[in-house]
Design a binder for this molecule. Sequence first.
Ligand code: FAD
Ligand code: NAG
Ligand code: NAG
Ligand code: NAG
Ligand code: NAG
Ligand code: NAG
Length: 547
Amino acid sequence: MRFLRASCQAALIATLGGLVSASSLKNGYYDYIVVGGGPAGIIAAEKFIEAGNKVLLVERGVGPTVATGANETLVWNKDLTPIDLPGLSADVGSLDLWDEYLCSDTAGYAACVLGGGVTINYMVFVHPPAHDFDDNNNWPEGWKWKDLKSAADRLYKRNPGTILPSADGKRYDQGLYKVLSRFFNKLGWKSVDMITQPDEKYQVYSYPAWNIKDQKRAGPVRTYLPEAEKNESFDLNLGAKVIRVVRSGSQVTGVEVKLASGKTEIVSLADNGRVVLAAGALSTPRLLFNSGIGPKKQIETAKMSGITVPSEKEWLELPVGVGLRDHPIFSIYVETGGNYGVPDYDAIINGSDTTDINLYKNGDGLLTQGKHRMIFFSSNELHGQTRYYQGSCAPNAGSVLGITTYLTHGSTSQGVLGLDSNQNTVIEKSPYMQTADDRRAARSFIQQLVNDIQNPSTGFKLETNLNTTAILASQSPGMHYTGTAKMGTDNGLENGTSVVDVNTKVYGMDNLYVVDGSIHPDLPTGNIQTTIMIIAEAAAARILAQK
Ligand SMILES: Cc1cc2nc3c(=O)[nH]c(=O)nc-3n(C[C@H](O)[C@H](O)[C@H](O)COP(=O)(O)OP(=O)(O)OC[C@H]3O[C@@H](n4cnc5c(N)ncnc54)[C@H](O)[C@@H]3O)c2cc1C
Ligand SMILES: *[C@@H]1O[C@H](CO)[C@@H](O)[C@H](O)[C@H]1NC(C)=O
Ligand SMILES: *[C@@H]1O[C@H](CO)[C@@H](O)[C@H](O)[C@H]1NC(C)=O
Ligand SMILES: *[C@@H]1O[C@H](CO)[C@@H](O)[C@H](O)[C@H]1NC(C)=O
Ligand SMILES: *[C@@H]1O[C@H](CO)[C@@H](O)[C@H](O)[C@H]1NC(C)=O
Ligand SMILES: *[C@@H]1O[C@H](CO)[C@@H](O)[C@H](O)[C@H]1NC(C)=O
């Protein structure tokens, strides 16, 4: 643990200009109430503002940047918090604020801080390939790449990502890249630029693309929120947890909010107003269950836990939580004989690493970069189904490198997310490796990679997980959850599998929408945050187009 004290946001909320205090929540005023200030929620809220609406964004966490109220800055830079500094992103898990920022009531990993997962993640920013939306028929008509390209362009204009963050145009700490590119070149793999060649996903490797802009962690907190905040029709309420939407049959009339003060209030919508859920794939289901929407068993649990759920005749039995998906991770460690290692994070935090800090002050150096040094992609085919894999490669210790290997797009496993009587979302059925073909395909991919690594000509040696079985057994969550309020044309009220329609509106409701990872009916080929942002851009446009 590093000694960065948690900031006291309750006090901050009362003192900061621009943020709404408990007493100033306006009843009957907002055209849109957006629940959850993660990447999807911030983007949607900003689009609604741009279109001339009055918007409330409710976020249960604190602000993580100086501009959003954080005051625990770096000792050597009063404008930056540790999460801003790309060079600390690899180590964010050992900061005190990790515990403060992580959700305490979700299954799996999610962040309960303004910016959501994008505030604490490893910043890997994978521009999705067209095939993510166009094969498998999982994304419905209207959500193919040709339909999404303009939304992606809007995102990339504001938040492009970069493979070369240092202002001097140099890359730092390239030992791992040299060793691994030699390895892949021998195997006949191709070097690509994963930003300009997003469709190249077979036997390719690239410098990592990161969610970095101007040498700082980027993402909607920096690239969308300031635009919304310029407008007086926008209110952001931090430290406020939405408990449920308030329904009158198929109409949402407002939301019940637990404020930072501990007080619970109902905020009502303007006439013809809408509520848009963006609490993330592991929390949006809880809001739906609490609002009488989901499998009967889950709504009953919500009721048992003390929530004021609607009367039973108003329940909408949609398959919320059913269809949970994620990328499994398999960890490979390789002794390469190279010479690299991890930065001295303590020295970066306490200011004694003056070499890197002085470089950073000019916009250069190691601290402008994220954790990984190379990302690779490939695929294999089994029974006509193509499955994709991503490898995120980072220095481990000494001459050992770590490869975080994900099974991604094309995997066929699904699980179930539910609720317990303490209001925690829980995994009732694992989303990982549920199908025989996923197990067979992943084993075959890992085995091939192990064979290549162990080829005597490489001089490489596996560490920790010494064979394919051990690597597969190291399985851990990819933290790229989707599918818990799936979008599709097969209405879940009529035996279908979908919770929201192609306009992202909840089936059976008139003015309730979902825009976060919950609605994605498939997994992307790479890390998911870019896709989350593109889909939020597209979803906001679809919602605004609904008169
Ligand atoms: C540790 C970690 C590392 C990751 N690394 C990467 C990576 O390197 N690259 C990548 O592409 N992806 C990565 N991801 C995944 C990515 O960050 C998420 O997929 C993405 O943030 C999801 O966006 P979202 O808007 O759907 O939900 P979230 O990011 O979960 O945002 C939901 C927001 O809603 C708020 N909220 C929840 N419930 C309520 C409520 N009841 N009332 C009010 N507010 C509420 C939360 O506080 C949060 O701010 C990582 C995720 C984690 C957890
Ligand atoms: C940070 O903000 C909190 C809440 O306003 C305050 O109590 C604390 O003293 C501040 N810390 C610093 C170092 O300014
Ligand atoms: C600000 O809000 C007004 C009124 O809602 C709207 O007309 C305008 O377009 C918004 N401006 C910006 C820059 O988003
Ligand atoms: C800062 O951290 C480094 C590395 O752990 C340590 O050697 C040094 O003594 C620390 N300096 C201070 C001032 O705490
Ligand atoms: C595989 O490796 C693990 C250690 O990672 C070891 O315990 C196990 O015995 C090995 N299995 C085989 C079949 O070699
Ligand atoms: C829904 O599916 C169940 C089980 O497959 C079946 O018994 C029932 O008749 C179906 N109902 C409708 C409306 O299709």
